[in-house]
Design a protein around this ligand. Structure first.
Ligand code: ATP
Length: 440
């Protein structure tokens, strides 16, 4: 990693602490001592996570006429997971350290126990990562259900439904954003790997002859999505899997990798899955999942190109890459240089004092901006401290209402990154913020 940029060794701790202290991400069930690598998203985190998912949906669904969305069930019957191959092969190799008894994923530890340094392990066992539960009040085989370990299968099992109702034809895609569950053996690194997480997946169905072109297309588009939302080029790379490392269904897989504080690791995977999924489900269900191309008078099983991203993992990468410390007026300030589309609050309205006249004008400012931008409102502490608090959570614009406002009907707009302050008339404010965010 000789060409890798130098990172603050405490970055992960700093971001984890900031996330907790300011209400992005809390440990789940914290008042009971927390619960096994699960996390809750607080008032700022829920805004930011929603922004990440919206930014994905906008580019992947809203702005494209060749993709439609679905929202499928999380609970599913064993038949789906037998056909998809998850019951048989969605496993990690599990080993126990003979000395300290800790349990590890064999492929992640290079033969040395990270806890005690021992090299003595039990034989590896295949450990299925799916959470098993039961649907209904009766126990037994007929009631078995699984929590989905990926959102993708909902797109395959609904392929015929979507084809029949949406009037789309290949090349076209079905997209979904939602929760997935994996009983990970070694979760960790904050929300990088958790047992409950959110995915953003597209299954793009194409004529087999076009598969390779679309595979390249989606790799390029997905890489650029992260760049466009502010991750620096030095912190992103593509990693194409060698043929011998591919999963059994894959004809090509490329990961978008991010330079995390512990090194390069996966952010998203883009795979050419061939006709594996539709063929499996057609065989197992007895329902044809072919496409009949009337123009060509030809029947075929589409190939699938799958860009599969994690929403919670992407949010963590955006937080890590946005974290900066710089100097303003002789003091160190923490600033999250988040793209305005991802920031939990895009605007903060700050009346200089609690005087009712100033609060009244501030309410008017909020009425103008809140329908279009997520707004925070803060009246306590000195204005300098309030700017710092907003910098630390990544708010791109602070609007100060002061006593001059009562005379001239103008407010001060402060830019997070340059700290530059500009006087703007209230009637021009919406246009001003829109222009600053490139919307005019
Ligand atoms: P890994 O090899 O790291 O376990 P994977 O290659 O099995 O992951 P995929 O099945 O390709 O992951 O899932 C697609 C995306 O979903 C990943 O790139 C990641 O962003 C996200 N993801 C997968 N598992 C988790 C998890 N346990 N926690 C958070 N995000 C996850």
């Amino acid at each position: 990693m000789s060409d890798a940029p130098i990172q603050d060794p405490e970055l992960l701790d700093k971001v984890t602490n900031l996330a907790k202290r300011r209400g992005f991400i809390f440990q789940s069930a914290e008042i009971y001592g927390g619960f096994r690598s699960t996390y809750d998203y607080g008032p700022l985190g829920v805004n930011m996570l929603r922004n990440v998912k919206n930014a994905w949906w906008q580019v992947m669904v809203q702005q494209r006429m060749d993709v439609v969305g679905i929202d499928a069930a999380i609970l599913g019957p064993p038949a789906v997971w037998a056909a998809s191959g998850h019951l048989a092969t969605f496993t990690d190799p599990l080993v126990d350290c003979r000395k300290c008894k800790e349990r590890w994923r064999e492929d992640k530890i290079n033969g040395v126990c990270p806890n005690c340094g021992s090299t003595e392990f039990t034989e590896a066992r295949a450990f299925n990562l799916m959470f098993k539960t039961q649907a209904g009040p009766v126990e037994g085989e007929g009631a078995t259900a699984y929590l989905r370990p990926e959102t993708a299968q909902g797109m395959f099992t609904n392929f015929a439904n979507v084809l029949a109702t949406s009037r789309k034809k290949p090349p076209f895609g079905i997209a979904q954003v939602g929760k997935s569950f994996r009983n990970e053996i070694t979760p960790g690194n904050f929300v990088f790997r958790t047992r409950e997480f959110e995915q953003m997946e597209l299954e793009f169905f194409v004529p087999p002859a076009e598969a390779d072109t679309w595979y390249r297309y989606w790799i390029d588009l997905r890489y650029n999505w992260y760049l466009n939302l502010g991750i620096a080029k030095d912190f992103l790379r593509l990693h194409e899997h060698a043929k011998e490392d591919l999963s059994h269904y894959s004809r090509g897989t490329t990961d978008v990798e991010f330079l995390y504080p512990w090194g390069w690791d996966e952010l998203e995977g883009i795979a050419n899955r061939g006709d594996y999924d539709l063929t499996q489900h057609a065989q197992a269900s007895g329902v044809s999942l072919d496409y009949f191309d009337q123009a060509e008078n030809e029947r075929y099983t589409p190939y699938v190109i799958e860009p599969a991203a994690g929403a919670t993992r992407a949010m963590m990468a955006f937080l890590l890459s946005a974290y900066h410390e710089d100097e303003v007026e002789g003091e160190t300030r923490v600033v999250l240089r988040l793209d305005w589309r991802l920031a939990p609050y895009q605007v903060a309205v700050l009346p200089l004092s609690k005087k009712p006249e100033l609060e009244g004008v501030s309410q008017k400012v909020l009425e103008v901006l809140a329908p279009y931008f997520t707004c925070d409102y803060d009246v306590t502490q000195s204005i300098g401290k309030r700017y710092r608090r907003q910098d630390e959570i990544g708010t791109p614009f602070c609007i100060t209402v002061d006593f001059d406002t009562l005379e001239d009907g103008a407010v001060t707009v402060r830019d997070r990154d340059t700290t530059e302050q500009t006087r703007v008339k209230i009637e021009d404010l919406l246009g001003d913020i829109r222009a600053r965010t490139g919307q005019q």
